[in-house]
Structure formats: structure tokens, C-alpha cells
Design a protein around this ligand. Structure first.
Ligand code: NAD
Length: 491
């Protein structure tokens, strides 16, 4: 096609420490221009087979290295990514559509930190021991790496979420086969280039293998491979159900980080000067394409009108457009199809009688000539939406948020919990007792009060209900990526 006449970036799989071309490729788009700019290997069974072989072959040596040796290698890799931070940030922004500022300040620094964090945390693991003096026994536990880990990541925070899996997996002594999203593969490929670069402290060949391609081909081949005993997956609930089915015949260990329909609960004693800008951010950051984004805002009736007025005014300040423009806060959505899906939710809400206060269909979006074919959308606020409507029940994963009023604490807890998801919630109030009561009763893996997105990686991350199974974090990832054994010694 014409698009291919331009010089395209062509990615290759990284298997056993070598870049290997693939027999077929998928087009990858620049979301801010709508142009094909990159070709991603369309891997399948064969490529996955080679990658699993390479990972298996590397396992005995890697798993017997000391935690300190592995830690040094992870730190070296973190240094190399950090050294190229700007290049990575530009690539992530171009590939994903997110603003360069976001990639520069959130995605890539976090990818670096993921390696540093687990490089440190792996040095501090201890196991349990218990004594039974009456029968002269001592029991203790040992944790050993499991083997080849299959890692599957989504397109919204590409390198950030991929490294959140790779770092603990290899720190614990596993080897990995990773499959990033076919829509955002570039930064993973760039990371592979660094894997071999560090000389003596490089990640040894076969420890990290990356196979690019679609979920239905490459992803399923990985999930159903008999020599991959554990799968860490971040993505949609629908895909997780499929992965669970495909891996069931092998009884695999699964960690599933899935979608959300996250509430913000705003009581009448909240500090609105903090709450409003943070809730605008929690609704629209990264184009609303974060699993932790707020999409249902419950506001206590007494402050509802004031909140809505100020919230909409703040949302309108968020400029949409060229992701490289430093004054822009909202970049492009990931794809044409996804943009269409998000827009349709707004249409559905309108058809049900809800009122769009700003954004899609109400305000006009002005884009520069280069971005006319990009997948842009204005931050959109919808009011008067029924709790049962699709916009209040389904994950939209775009710059759309709903605002509704509530009266009492009991009522809002029940309404916040009445969705299938349970990932993250925010609670805004200056009453400490209330904050504790509400946080305890919310069905949500994470509850932020008077803030959003502040994470201590030491503590568990993950969702309840359809938002996932398992937790990741210092201790949780260690437990997931190792096998435990209890040993009893009689003396
Ligand atoms: P997705 O489920 O479509 O894809 C995620 C990954 O799974 C991709 O790499 C994809 O190629 C692969 N995949 C798809 N079908 C597969 C199959 N049958 N077998 C194996 N692999 C398969 O999700 P997405 O659209 O890329 O990402 C958005 C979703 O991810 C949202 O639902 C969002 O909430 C969720 N998410 C969750 C978290 C979290 O930590 N809980 C974080 C980020 C994103």
C-alpha cells in the first residue's frame, strides 16, 4: 500500500538474546496522525515455541544466581533505560498517543523504578520458620523460582506495565517470554536492544524473550504452552476469561489485573480546591486510559451544583491535541476503533436521557493540520445518568466521566458497589471516621482518600470481583513468582 512506501520502523522478536525476523507483520498506527508508521511481527505458535525453548534453556543458570547478582543486573538495566529516558518517552508517546509529558514524567520513570524497586526488594526476602519442641521438629519454608513466566501486557501503559511484570519475574530467578500489546510494541523492542548492551552485567541471553503479535495468535500460543507454568496478565476482563479457559488444561498459576469502573465519592465536607483538580485528573489522565481512572463521580447533594459547575470549568481547561505540545493534557486515543467505542458510550447515554455537560458533541475540537486524522476526543462529563445505564456499569476506558448526586453514606456505598468491577475508589472527606468506615465497606482493591494514584510498590495492588485475581507488589509479586516448599527436620 501507499503507506508502506514511507520508511517504516520494523520490529523483530527477541529470542535467546538475538533479534529474529518474522514471516509476517502487522501494521501499527501513530494514533495522533492516523498513519501506519511501524510493522510489528505477527508471531504465532512457532515463534512462541522458540522463545519458550530459549527461556527454558536459560533457566538453570539464571535461577541459580544469587539475588545480589540478579539485583546488579536489574539495576544496570534501569540505568540504561534512564539514560535513554527521552528517547523512550518520545517513542511511547508516538506509539500510544499519550502526551510526551505523561510518558516523560510517568511511564518511563516508572519503568526505570520498577527495575530498581525489585532489584532492591529481592535482597530482603526471608522465609518462615517454626519450631515444635514437643516433637523435636523445626519447620521452615523455601521459595524457589517457578520456571518460564508468560507475561502479557496491555496498550495503555506499555513499558510501565510490562516492566512491572518482567522485573519481579526475573529478580526472583524466573526466565520470561513476554508479549506486549500488538498496538504498542515499540518501547519493549527498544528495551530488548538494551538487554544485550550492558557487557558483563547484561541480562543473559534467553532470560528475557519478547514475542510480538496479537492476542489471539501469539498470546494464546503462550497461554496454552505446556512449559509455561505461570501467566501474569494485565488487560481486559473478557480476555482474562479466555486466558483462564485456555490455561485450565495445564492448571497454570494466574495473576490477572483487569478492568475497573472506579467511583469517586465526594462528601459535602471535602476540600473541593484539592478534590476538583485531582478528580479531573483521575478522570482524564492518559486520555482516561488507565485502569484506575475515575468514571463514576458521586457527589453529596448539598454541594452537587457547585461541584458540577467547578468540575466542568476545570475539565474544559484540559487542552486536547498534538501529544508533543507541552500545553496539551489530552493526547490521542489508542485506535480508531477504540475512539468509536468511547464515542458510542456518550451517544448511548444521551439516548437514555442523560445530559452531556461538556466535551463530545457539545464543544468543538480544534486540531492542527497534522492531527486531523488522529483519534482525538474532548474530555466529556455526563450528568443525570441512571446507575443501571451502560455508562455507569461498563468500563469505557476513555476521557468520559459521569457525575451523579447522592444523599447518605449507606446509599453511596451501595451504589458504588453495584458494578461487577472492584479495582480502585477515591473518597473525599475531612471526617476521618467517615473515611475509615467508607473505605472498609467499599468493594475495591485500592481506596485512595483525598488523593489519587499515589502508590507504594511495597503494598499489594490488584482488584476484587471482575477486576482481577491475585495481587502484585513487593511481597505479593515475590509470592506469585516463586514456589513455596515446607521442610520439616526432626532432630
Ligand atoms: P486486552 O485484554 O484486549 O489485551 C491485553 C493483552 O492481552 C494484549 O497484549 C493482547 O494482545 C492480549 N490478548 C488479547 N487476547 C488474548 C488471548 N485470547 N490470549 C492471550 N492474550 C490475549 O486489553 P487492552 O485493550 O490491551 O487493555 C485495556 C484493558 O486493560 C482495560 O480493560 C484496562 O482496565 C485493563 N488494564 C488493567 C490494569 C490493572 O492493573 N488492573 C492496568 C492497565 C489496564
Amino acid at each position: 500500500t501507499m503507506a508502506h512506501s514511507k520508511a517504516l520502523l520494523v520490529l523483530e522478536n527477541f529470542i535467546g538474546g538475538k533479534f529474529v525476523p518474522c514471516s509476517s507483520y502487522i501494521d501499527s498506527y501513530n494514533p495522533s496522525t492516523g498513519e501506519v508508521y511501524c510493522r510489528v511481527p505477527d508471531s504465532g505458535k512457532e515463534e512462541v515455541e522458540l522463545a519458550v525453548k530459549a527461556a527454558k534453556a536459560a533457566f538453570p543458570v539464571w535461577s541459580s544466581k544469587s539475588p545480589l547478582e540478579r539485583s546488579q543486573i536489574l539495576n544496570k538495566l534501569a540505568d540504561l533505560i534512564e539514560h535513554d529516558l527521552e528517547e523512550f518517552a518520545q517513542a511511547e508517546s508516538k506509539d500510544q498517543g499519550k502526551t510526551l509529558t505523561f510518558a516523560r514524567t510517568i511511564d518511563i520513570p516508572r519503568a526505570v523504578y520498577n527495575f530498581r524497586f525489585f532489584a532492591s526488594s529481592v535482597l530482603h526476602h526471608t522465609t518462615e520458620c517454626s519450631e515444635m519442641t514437643a516433637v523435636g521438629c523445626v519447620h521452615y519454608t523455601l521459595r524457589t523460582p517457578v520456571g518460564v513466566a508468560g507475561l502479557i501486557s496491555p496498550w495503555n501503559l506499555p513499558l510501565y506495565l510490562l516492566t512491572w511484570k518482567i522485573a519481579p519475574a526475573i529478580a526472583c530467578g524466573n526466565t520470561v517470554v513476554a508479549k506486549p500489546s500488538e498496538m504498542t510494541s515499540v518501547t519493549a523492542w527498544m528495551m530488548c536492544k538494551l538487554l544485550e548492551k550492558a557487557g558483563k552485567s547484561r541480562v543473559p541471553p534467553g532470560v528475557v524473550n519478547v514475542v510480538f503479535g496479537t492476542g489471539s495468535k501469539a498470546g494464546e500460543a503462550l497461554v496454552s504452552h505446556p512449559d509455561v507454568p505461570l501467566i501474569s496478565f494485565t488487560g481486559s476482563t473478557l480476555t482474562a476469561q479466555r486466558i483462564t479457559e485456555r490455561s485450565a488444561p495445564h492448571c497454570k498459576r494466574l495473576s490477572l489485573e483487569l478492568g475497573g469502573k472506579n467511583p469517586a465519592i465526594i462528601f459535602d465536607d471535602a476540600d473541593l480546591s484539592q478534590c476538583i483538580p485531582t478528580t479531573v485528573r483521575s478522570s482524564f489522565a492518559n486520555q482516561g486510559e488507565i485502569c484506575l481512572c475515575t468514571s463514576r463521580i458521586f457527589v453529596q447533594r448539598g454541594i452537587y451544583n457547585e461541584f458540577v459547575k467547578r468540575f466542568v470549568a476545570e475539565a474544559k481547561k484540559w487542552k486536547v491535541g498534538n501529544p508533543s505540545d507541552p500545553t496539551v493534557s489530552v493526547g490521542a486515543l489508542i485506535s480508531k476503533e477504540h475512539l468509536e467505542k468511547v464515542r458510542n458510550y456518550v451517544k448511548k447515554a444521551q439516548a437514555e436521557g442523560a445530559r452531556v455537560l461538556c466535551g463530545e458533541g457539545v464543544d468543538s475540537l480544534v486540531l492542527s493540520a497534522d492531527n486531523q486524522k488522529g483519534y482525538f476526543m474532548l474530555p466529556t462529563v455526563i450528568a443525570e445518568v441512571k446507575d443501571e445505564s451502560k455508562c455507569m456499569q461498563e468500563e469505557i476506558f476513555g476521557p468520559v466521566t459521569c457525575v451523579v448526586a447522592f444523599d447518605t453514606e449507606d446509599e453511596v456505598i451501595e451504589r458504588a458497589n453495584c458494578v461487577k468491577y472492584g479495582l480502585a475508589a477515591t473518597v473525599w472527606s475531612s471526617n476521618v471516621g467517615r473515611v475509615h468506615r467508607v473505605a472498609r465497606r467499599l468493594q475495591s482493591g485500592l481506596v485512595w482518600t483525598n488523593c489519587w494514584l499515589i502508590r507504594d510498590l511495597n503494598l499489594p495492588f490488584g482488584g476484587m470481583k471482575a477486576s482481577g485475581i491475585g495481587r502484585e507488589g513487593a511481597k505479593d509479586s515475590y509470592e506469585f513468582f516463586t514456589e513455596v516448599k515446607t521442610i520439616t527436620i526432626k532432630h
